[in-house]
Design a protein around this ligand. Structure first.
Ligand code: UD1
Ligand code: CA
Length: 487
């Protein structure tokens, strides 16, 4: 049912019935509310679950059903922040300057939707809905020739949701009653309104003016359209979803955390199905967009965040936190590896307790070990920095050995400078390399050197005080101390 973008454009410019092979379908996403129940200074739809804003999940799902140009996000509270956060998706925005309820949100979208036949309405705070369910709702609406179709669900605890008042045995609905207005009898109804609807657009706007604010919140409820249409003898129906979990909203922090847990467990299940081993999945935090190759093993308490991509046959050991990074096949990350915006090629071994800051690139089979911090560094194939180092703003070639405690002094208090270490160099332990400086191919730097000048290829550089030895000095000192005591 998704219109190809070209068809949609053509239809828009030529709205005569003969050029409309299928109903023109738009999706409206209501995202203008404040989210008072969260007690937050951030708009509700920008709170993150599964590592991205709730609204971004809803938009991604909507895009599985119609192209971005047919999606209209109703924004209002902190409109600019919300727009900015999701503008990259290419969807349209409708401003609901004052937020006077879900019915009012659709009033604001009147002009934007005027060229469409059907609008599917989604809640910007209910991110678990699937494309399949949206399609079912839309198809059911069309097949029933209904004016309004709502997606309902049977919940064990329906508290807080609008209840569906059915009429007779068919799919017909008489009204939706909000929690605050429901009678004791109505509160017992477990079939709830999910906040997802399909409407016939012309009928919606012909009747939307009949909504009133005579309710406990003093708002225009979109849910009241059921009653409005019912009284106008228009067909209102409900289709019940098989998976009630899909419709859950996030009005409170507790609900939000529940959705986050569901999403992350679903993500783990997807990775497990793809051949990844995850021990104790409920201890891991894996964002929705993360990719992991088959036969990779993820130990407990691992976080894989953002756009991270991990290859096959890797082992990601406990307490590693990897953000927006690319990891090749057969890589081992030992416990406590921290990595952001970095790249590790096949077969490399990182950690324990390595901190790779943005712009770190580690070549095939290279090693970074305990307490090594890197930033904007290229480490070539097979090179090693195994212990206690800081490597920043450096280009390090292949087969280089960086001794324990080596430090690139990249910062002079004002500017950052580059260190270049060519292939096959051996840097002795506890050396400081004062940038800008270059160590030529195959050179040696003696341990504990402070290197301030370039070192030519194949040379040995010594930059430390010469050792002097005073024979018998210690013994003489001890004897002098003994004499002192006896006195
Ligand atoms: C709504 C339904 C309720 C349903 C529930 C399902 C109404 C009156 N009630 O209640 O029947 O069971 O969803 O989750 O619709 N919004 C706007 N503009 C506004 C007000 C809200 O865009 O003026 C947006 C919000 O940002 C939110 C969505 O609409 O994304 C739903 O609003 P919310 O206040 O969360 O409605 P519920 O109380 O959950
Ligand atoms: Ca809600």
């Amino acid at each position: 049912m998704a219109n190809a973008p070209q068809t949609a454009t053509k239809n828009r410019s030529k709205p005569s019935a003969s050029t409309l092979p299928r109903p023109r379908i738009a999706i409206a996403i209501m995202a203008a509310g404040k989210g008072t129940r969260l007690k937050s200074k951030h708009p509700k739809v920008l709170h993150e679950i599964g590592g991205k804003p709730i609204l971004a999940h809803v938009i991604a799902t909507a895009q599985k059903v119609v192209p971005a140009q047919d999606i209209f996000v109703v924004i209002g509270h902190e409109a600019e922040r919300v727009r900015e956060a999701v503008a990259g998706t290419g969807v349209n925005f409708v401003l609901q300057a004052e937020q006077r309820g879900t019915g009012h949100a659709l009033m604001a979208a009147r002009d934007a939707l005027s060229n469409y036949e059907q609008v599917i309405v989604l809640s910007g705070d209910a991110p678990l809905i699937t494309g399949d369910t949206i399609r079912k709702l839309s198809d059911f609406h069309a097949s029933q020739k209904a004016t309004m179709t709502l997606l309902s669900a049977e919940l064990d605890n329906p508290y807080g949701y609008g209840r569906v008042i059915r009429k007779g045995k068919a799919a017909d609905v008489q009204a939706i009653v909000e929690e605050k207005s429901a009678s004791a009898q109505q509160k017992k109804i477990r079939e709830i309104n999910s906040g997802f609807y399909a409407f016939n657009v012309p009928a919606l706007y012909e009747h939307i003016g009949q909504l009133s604010t005579a309710n406990p919140h003093g708002e225009y409820y979109l849910t009241d359209m059921a009653d409005v249409f019912h009284r106008a003898r228009k067909k209102v129906v409900a289709i019940k979803t098989d998976d009630a979990g899909e419709v859950l909203g996030s009005n409170t922090r507790a609900e939000m955390m529940m959705l986050d847990a569901r999403l992350r467990l679903a993500k783990c299940r997807e990775l497990l199905d793809g051949g990844v081993t995850i021990f104790y999945p409920h201890t891991c935090v894996i964002d929705s967009d993360v990719e992991v190759g088959a036969d990779t093993v993820i130990e407990p308490f691992v976080q894989l965040l953002g756009q991270t991509k991990i290859g096959a046959d890797c082992r990601i050991r406990s307490y590693s936190i990897i953000e927006n990074s690319i990891i090749g096949d057969g890589v081992t990350l030992k416990p406590g590896t921290l990595m952001a915006e970095s790249r590790v090629d096949a077969g490399a071994v990182i950690g324990p307790y390595t901190h790779m800051r943005p712009g770190s690139e580690v070549g095939e089979g290279a090693h970074l070990g305990n307490f090594v911090e890197t930033k904007k560094v290229k480490l070539g194939k097979g090179s090693k920095a195994n212990h206690l180092s800081y490597l920043g703003d450096a280009e390090i070639g292949e087969g280089v050995n960086i001794g324990a405690g080596t430090i690139t002094c990249n910062y002079d208090g004002v500017n950052k400078h580059q260190t270049v270490i060519e292939d096959g160099v051996f840097v002795g332990s506890d050396s400081t390399l004062v940038a800008p400086v270059k160590i030529g191919r195959g050179a040696y730097v003696a341990a504990a050197s402070c290197i301030t000048d370039d070192v030519p290829a194949d040379a040995l550089a010594l930059g430390r005080a010469r050792q002097s030895v005073k024979e018998g000095w210690a013994r003489a000192k001890r004897e002098a101390q003994k004499k002192e005591k006896r006195r």
